[in-house]
Each structure stands twice: as C-alpha cells, then as structure tokens.
Design a protein around this ligand. Structure first.
Ligand SMILES: Nc1ncnc2c1ncn2[C@@H]1O[C@H](COP(=O)(O)OP(=O)(O)OP(=O)(O)O)[C@@H](O)[C@H]1O
Length: 133
C-alpha cells in the first residue's frame, strides 16, 4: 500500500477539491445505508410510495409534496444517525441522562417527520382516489 492511499485512510485535514468532498459524502451515504436498518426500511417504503404514485398518475404538485416528504424523513434519519454516533463518541457508551435526552429528542424529530410524511401521503393518495373513482 503506498503512502498516498494511507494518507487517504487517515485524512483529518480539509478536502482539497469538489471531487474529494463528493467522494467522502457518498461514503457517508453508503455507510449510513449499510449500518442503519431504519434508513433501509424508510428507503423501501419510499420506493413503494413512488411506484404507487406512478400508478395513481399523480399531479406534479402531488409529486412535489411526496418527494419533499420522502427527503424530509431520510434527512431526519441521517441527522438522527449523526446524533447517535456523536453521543456514543462523547460518552463512550456509558449511560448518561443527557445522552439519553439527546438521543430521545433526536429520535422524536424523526417520528414527527414520519407523521408529517404519513399525513402528506394520506392527503395526496386520498385525493387521487376521490378524483379517479
Ligand atoms: N449513552 C447513553 N446514555 C443513556 N441512554 C442511552 C445511551 N445510549 C442509548 N441510550 C438510550 O437507548 C436508546 C437506543 O439507543 P441507540 O443508540 O441504540 O439508538 P437506536 O436503537 O439506534 O435508535 P433508533 O431506533 O432511533 O435508530 C436511545 O434512544 C436512548 O434512550
């Protein structure tokens, strides 16, 4: 293994260019999907919703709301994952009431996002069903 690839593995300085930044960002997305079952479940649900939207022949505004809802839930899951790792890094898996508070509030934000997504889904598909039948 040459010194350049070693440097890449242990990099702690700033990214040098857009390609390097994008590469690390994609690494983050892949790691999150590999390690977080909740994220994979949300992704599968999102795919099912998109296929259902295709068959329901939604209006473009409905698509906009659905896509916003999907990205909102995925972003909330990503930030919840960041919080969990950050807290674990700080307390090294020791029990701490503040660690519990941070993780629970962070999980609560995902739940709120998911509730909003369900409401948006019900309005969009409810309207489509009423319109077509
Ligand atoms: N260091 C800690 N101190 C106190 N409570 C903790 C700590 N770590 C986790 N917990 C509690 O355990 C729960 C599960 O923590 P964990 O880090 O395993 O999250 P998770 O199971 O990945 O959560 P999610 O389902 O949101 O992905 C947290 O919601 C929190 O209530």
């Amino acid at each position: 293994m040459n010194s350049d690839s070693n440097a890449k593995k242990t990099q702690t300085d700033k990214n040098r260019n857009f390609n390097q930044s994008t590469h690390h960002a994609l690494d983050g997305i892949i790691t999150a999907f590999k390690e977080e079952a909740n994220l994979r479940r949300d992704f599968v649900i999102a795919m099912v919703v998109l296929v259902a939207g295709y068959f329901a022949r939604l209006h473009y505004l409905d698509w906009l709301f659905l896509i916003l809802a999907i990205f909102m839930v995925l972003l909330a899951e990503f930030w919840n994952t960041v919080m969990e790792h950050f807290v674990d890094l700080l307390v090294d898996r020791q029990f701490h009431p503040l660690a519990k508070k941070i993780k629970d509030i962070s999980a609560g934000s995902v739940l709120i996002g998911a509730c909003l997504a369900v409401i948006i889904g019900c309005v969009v598909f409810g309207h489509a069903v009423l319109y077509y039948f």
